[in-house]
Design a protein around this ligand. Structure first.
Ligand code: SAH
Length: 364
């Protein structure tokens, strides 16, 4: 029931892209068919998110909401992510340190502790929840500057390999490991999680702390992770997800069931943080089942991390944050966009739309 109809590329100007898109949706409602419209740039996919929900409302045509994003330009996305972390990591490290993820403030989010301690607790709570016992070689997918990698290396005395798309993060991660006396136990490289440069069955634990949201194809990504896991090895992640929605028929992600306002909010956040596709925790569970993982468990730790984004907002207003902002003032617009993105994240959490989802699963 799908009518394939052209697309838009990164070279198209916004207006041309919009015209093509409007024509596609017009045919879509005329033919009462689901249209596949390819957007081959991050910018274009953002447009799609905005307009598909508006047009859908106007035409009341459910098929229009089924316009799917064919992520043709992986390179553009990867460069965007690498650049984003190259630019933003130094300021984050100065204010927050080595952990670039949310903190755990107790299951109800009401424990009083420092934000950095909450981040460390998050790593420990997730390892406990994942029932990780004695890994020997761990892959940290989307390692940032290696905060989790070093923590895991210390806790289990194991070897950890971390990968990131950002060359700057990779360099900082190596330097931090050297200073911590963990250079022998940890190694870092610039590599793509969707094309892991490792042999089959290399690791007994794959750890992913808040990197899944950047992956363009969740199923392809989990499949690639499964390939490099040893039999009996565990996949363990915490990631940004959207709230659960009514499940859709096979092949469709549940984000199609979010309402127009929710889609618009996620779309704005995606554009800033380079997030190609939002899914729910249930979607992840379904994907893990499809890939024949076993011992699949999911959980929702939204309440536990609730104080985090307001803390990020406060840190931007603190003296240290202020100094950082001054340093980056020449990139004034970028800085303002970052502040707006933090507020959007807070709104997403408050609305119950954005969740912190957990998944663990074992390769048979
Ligand atoms: N896990 C780290 C950093 C989280 S930030 C921490 O908790 O401190 C997200 C990380 O995911 C960044 O390091 C980014 O480079 C990485 N990332 C995003 N997409 C990736 C991809 N396709 N391949 C490898 N790393 C990726």
């Amino acid at each position: 029931n799908t009518c394939i109809w052209g697309g838009a590329t990164g070279q198209d100007r916004s207006l041309i892209m919009l015209r093509k898109f409007l024509l596609a949706t017009f045919y879509c409602s005329l033919l009462q068919q689901c249209v596949t419209f390819q957007f081959s740039s991050h910018k274009a996919s953002h447009l799609k998110n905005i307009f598909s929900s508006r047009i859908c409302r106007r035409t009341q045509h459910p098929a229009v909401s089924r316009i799917v994003l064919a992520a043709a330009s992986d390179t553009e996305l990867k460069n965007g992510i690498a650049n984003f972390y190259d630019q933003s990591s130094p300021l984050w490290e100065e204010v927050w340190g080595e952990h670039m993820h949310m903190g755990h403030y107790g299951q109800k989010g009401d424990e009083k502790k420092s934000d950095v301690q909450a981040q460390i607790d998050m790593v420990d709570r997730l390892l406990d929840w994942g029932q990780v016992s004695a890994p020997t070689h761990v892959l940290d997918v989307g390692c940032g500057v290696g905060g989790s990698s070093r923590h895991i290396a210390r806790r289990y005395g194991c070897k950890v390999t971390g990968i990131t798309l950002s060359p700057l993060q990779c360099e900082h991660a190596k330097e931090r490991s050297r200073l911590a006396g963990l250079a022998d136990q940890t190694q870092f490289m610039v590599a793509d999680a969707l094309k892991l440069p490792f042999e089959d069955e290399s690791f007994d634990l794959i750890w992913s702390m808040e990197s899944g949201e950047h992956m363009p194809g969740k199923k392809e990504w989990l499949e690639e992770c499964k390939r490099v896991l040893k039999p009996g090895g565990r996949f363990l992640m915490a990631t940004w997800t959207h709230r659960d929605t009514e499940m859709l028929s096979c092949g469709h992600l549940s984000n199609e069931n979010l309402d127009a306002k929710e889609k618009r909010l996620l779309s704005k956040i995606s554009k800033y943080y380079y997030l190609p596709e939002w899914v729910s925790c249930s979607d992840y569970k379904m994907i893990a089942q499809e890939l024949s993982f076993t011992d699949i468990r999911t959980d929702d730790w939204t309440d536990a991390v609730r104080p985090f984004w307001p803390a990020v907002w406060r840190s931007a207003l603190s003296w240290q944050g202020f100094k950082g902002l001054i340093k980056t003032l020449r990139k004034g617009i970028e800085t303002l966009r970052g502040a707006r993105a933090v507020l959007l994240m807070i709104r997403g959490f408050n609305k119950g739309l954005i969740r912190l989802g957990l998944l663990t699963a074992v390769k048979q």
